[in-house]
Design a protein around this ligand. Structure first.
Ligand SMILES: Cc1cc2nc3c(=O)[nH]c(=O)nc-3n(C[C@H](O)[C@H](O)[C@H](O)COP(=O)(O)O)c2cc1C
Length: 364
């Protein structure tokens, strides 16, 4: 039970945080009704819908884990632009075991990006759970286990989406990890292995029974990789089959598709991957309901690219940082008049000054 004053505060905060969002409007209507009825019991239920275990998110929109994309400097921008949760690039549990130095770069975080999810991949329940316990004191909020990566070198070790073919092992991995750490454990899966082996519902039930706090479902099979259309029907099937929060994923590109996914599947959260590349504004655009064809002023794009580059250089040094930024520059400029020239020239930049000079040429 919470008092009327708290309920009012909750309502204004919800509206302030998630301005034009369907969910906030629903929330506001519920709150209005409850204020009239003088009963606030259901509030905990409404608030719970934005929770993953004890972690409360300010809206339902999440940046997907993307190897080579969702590094610290990019995640900070996404958080600033409204992402409720950001996910690190996947990290090999075995690499932690063997003390691979590069791995620590991948799981670097800053307080400004919290809440943040750290994703492990592997196939040995013992190794994954032990490594989860070893890193638990690092500053992250959720531990995610990758059961969706389609890449051959991962799959051939029985890791990533290969776990979709082994629900018993998936159960064991989650169950042992949940027992070894206090932080919530989540799982990211695909629709299935291929069209003949569609078993997301079975997997979701198994990891729920093992103690997972939420499940993200990418509506493609392993065989599809990233081709074809994501099947949102499977996300709805999973939502109907489990009680833990479901994070829908696949083909969300802006406000309209984000809302459509929530409406069609009933998922609790929406995870956005490729459409966020070179477009951290996507989260603001969903929250504020921008039209999908809205083209940002070049000056703003320039400022944000430079901020990301400066941060990346501060973290990785100019040599590595600028090389990492080359692909981001191509993504930031995709679809603009200058795209082709930018993509060509971005491949040759070596210093921050080169990048500044390139951006100055920009749209002109
Ligand atoms: C370049 C790239 C890297 C990815 N890396 C990861 C990863 O590290 N872990 C993971 O679970 N999924 C990874 N994914 C999959 C995305 O998280 C997401 O499931 C997929 O892109 C579908 O969502 P979208 O249609 O919004 O892009 C990656 C995808 C891309 C394109």
């Amino acid at each position: 039970m919470i008092c009327a004053y708290e309920a009012l505060q909750f309502k204004s905060k919800a509206l302030e945080q998630i301005k034009c969002d369907d969910r906030s409007l629903r929330l506001a209507k519920c709150l209005d009704r409850s204020l009239r009825l003088d009963s606030y019991v259901f509030l905990s239920e409404v608030a719970m819908s934005l929770e993953i275990g004890p972690v409360c998110l300010k809206n339902p929109y999440i940046l997907a884990p993307m190897a080579g994309v969702s590094d610290l400097s990019f995640r900070l921008l996404c958080r600033e632009m409204g992402a409720a949760l950001v996910c690190m690039e996947m990290i090999s549990a075995k690499a932690i075991l063997y003390g691979n130095r590069h791995t620590w770069d991948l799981c670097e975080t800053e307080p400004a990006e919290a809440p943040v999810s750290l994703q492990l991949f592997g196939s040995d329940p013992e190794v994954i759970s032990e490594m989860a316990a070893r890193i638990e004191e690092r500053p992250f909020d959720l531990l995610d286990i990758n059961m969706g990566c389609p890449v051959p070198k991962v799959v051939k070790n029985g890791e990533g989406s290969a776990l979709m073919r082994n629900p018993g092992l998936a159960y064991e991995i989650v169950s042992q990890t949940v027992k070894k750490i206090r932080k919530p454990v989540t799982v990211k899966i695909r629709k299935g292995w291929n069209d003949r082996e569609v078993n997301a519902v079975e997997l979701a039930k198994a990891v729920e029974a093992a103690g997972a706090s939420a499940i993200a479902v990418h509506g493609r099979t392993r065989e599809q990789y990233y081709s074809g259309k994501a099947d949102w029907g499977i996300i709805a099937d999973v939502k109907n089959a489990v009680k833990i929060p479901v994070i829908g994923n696949g083909d969300v590109t802006g406000a309209a598709s984000a809302r459509a996914m929530m409406k069609e599947t009933g998922c609790d959260f929406v995870m956005i991957g490729r459409a966020a590349r070179g477009n951290p504004w996507i989260f603001r655009s969903i929250l504020e309901d921008w039209p999908e064809d809205y083209l940002l002023p070049w000056e703003e794009v320039k400022t944000v690219v430079l901020r990301q580059a400066e941060k990346t250089v501060a973290l990785r040094g100019e040599y590595t940082g600028i090389r990492q930024m080359r692909k981001h520059v191509a993504w930031y400029t995709a679809g603009r008049r200058c795209a082709a020239a930018m993509r060509r020239e971005a491949g040759t930049i070596e210093t921050l000054d080169d990048l500044r000079a390139l951006l100055e040429k920009g749209e002109g």
